[in-house]
Ligand binder design. Structure first.
Ligand code: FCX
Length: 435
């Protein structure tokens, strides 16, 4: 079975007993009241989901199994001579709930490498799309084509016992994570590099190999990919990509179906597509100003113009966070260490000084601070990955780690079909009138 899978089973049995006990003894406890406004406004602030892998604090930002991003950068295993955490380690932490050893991380690297073969029909499905199709469209088509490989779907069709759901979901999660870098790199090389594909290097770690297959063998870029894959992996359960994956999975859809659904949510401009929108916004500001480094005043004018056109400032604001996103800070630290002289990076930092007070003055923006997407594009451009339409695919490959670890937990804990109640506005009016 593999020792990580066995370890997961032990942890899952323990937690299952605790959850059963909680529901049996405290099932009628009220967590909070729900207001009418919350129901209309995106269910913001309603505690309605359980996600084991990470927890978001409005001021402190994300913690993965209790560990903050700075702690993970320090404590998770790294490649020899490297300084950034390996995503394999984060996946282990989210799945098992404990920090991994170097050997655990090596085991996962080897496991993913051994499962990374992508069948030819997946590439053929992607090739059936015009090259002009958005990379996220090509990505979800690739994931959907890969669904033929789902062991969960196959076992379910043959009459699987409920008790085994978690086991086949685990296998699908491992297989899918192992194969995603190959699919994503294929799309990148197909769309931007005349279809000149690069064979995987099985000596490299998961993120290092992804960088290699994209065509960036520079050690700095590999380090960036390791950090990028860690910080984008999970953001508790209510965000659109995580919630969608969880919701679709609750219908016992397999990992491929559920993840593809989540990725269609990530492709929205208020969620993962914001990373391409940020760099587009910065580049068009620079172009409009005739190139070079803008002044703070020029940035301020451009921000006001964006707002006056009824648009949002991409990369700023958050549904839950109320401070600068630690994922932004981690990227800023990476940039200070490796590329402090980069002009685009300096613009990102000047935008950071300029935007928050303007958004604050609007009086309605709950969080004027930058989120993860405000910084990532400038780092990628520095290393030559300038094709910003591809950025959300990078986010998606990383997000697989969190949402698929969670999906495995969902099946291990026997979570129910998700089916909240909805009402009509007529119902609301009658409710308000006390009828
Ligand atoms: N620029 C301009 N206006 C903004 C804004 C921004 N960056 N952020 C919020 N606002 C506006 C909202 O549009 C809303 O206006 P309205 O009342 O006229 O409709 C008002 O402020 C209140 O919104 P708020 O409650 O603060 O924010 P929400 O929880 O509704 O939305 C997002 C959160 C992230 C969607 C919002 O801040 C936004 O659109 N930001 C820009 C896009 C972005 O960066 N998205 C990435 C988010 C994240 F990191 C990710 O998921 O990847």
């Amino acid at each position: 079975m593999g020792y990580i899978k066995e370890k997961f089973k032990v942890k899952a049995d323990e937690l299952n007993a605790e959850v059963k006990d909680l529901v049996k003894n405290h099932g009628t406890r009220k967590i909070e009241d729900v207001t009418l406004a919350q129901v209309y406004q995106g269910m913001r602030g309603i505690t309605g989901l359980v996600t084991e892998t990470s927890l978001l604090d409005a001021n402190e930002g994300i913690r993965f199994r209790g560990y903050s991003i700075p702690e993970l950068r320090e404590k998770l295993p790294k490649v020899k001579g490297g300084a950034e955490p390996l995503p394999e380690g984060l996946f282990y932490l989210m799945l098992i709930g404990e920090l991994p050893s170097d050997a655990d991380v090596q085991y996962l690297s080897d496991l993913w490498e051994s499962r990374s073969e992508v069948p030819a029909h997946v590439f053929a499905a992607i090739d059936a799309l015009p090259v002009s199709a958005h990379p996220m469209t090509q990505f979800t088509v690739g994931v959907m084509a890969l669904q033929t490989e789902s062991v969960f779907a196959k076992e379910y069709a043959e009459g699987m016992n409920k008790k085994d759901y978690w086991s086949y979901m685990y296998d699908d999660a491992i297989d899918l994570i192992a194969r995603l870098p190959r699919i994503a790199a294929y799309i990148y090389r197909r769309k931007y590099k005349d279809g000149k594909h690069i064979a995987p290097n099985n000596q490299l770690d998961w993120a290092g190999n992804f960088a290699h297959m994209l065509g960036y063998d520079n050690e700095g870029f590999k380090e960036l990919m390791r950090l990028y894959m860690v910080i984008h992996a999970d953001h508790e359960g209510g965000n659109v990509s995580a919630h969608t994956t969880h919701l679709v999975g609750s219908a016992l859809s397999d990992a491929y179906l559920s993840f593809a659904a989540g990725m269609n949510g990530l492709a929205g401009p208020l969620h993962g597509l914001a990373n391409q929108e940020v760099i587009k916004w910065i580049l068009s500001m620079r172009e409009e100003l005739g190139g070079g480094m803008p002044t703070k005043q020029q940035i301020e004018d451009y921000v006001r113009k964006t707002l006056s056109e009824g648009k949002v400032v991409p990369g700023y604001g958050h549904a839950v966070l109320r401070k600068t996103d630690p994922r932004f800070t981690a990227q800023m630290e990476f940039a200070k260490k490796h590329l402090a002289d980069d002009e685009l990076v300096k613009i990102v930092w000047l935008v950071y000084e300029t935007v928050p007070p303007i958004l604050q003055d609007l009086g309605k923006v709950k969080n004027p601070w930058p989120n993860v997407d405000a910084h990532s594009g400038a780092l990628l451009v520095h290393y030559g990955l300038v094709e910003y339409e591809f950025y959300t695919v990078l986010f998606g490959v990383s997000r697989a780690l969190g949402v698929l670890a969670s999906l495995t937990w969902d099946r291990a804990l026997g979570f129910s079909l998700e089916r909240p109640k909805s009402v009509t506005t007529e119902w609301m009016k009658q409710f308000v009138e006390g009828k």
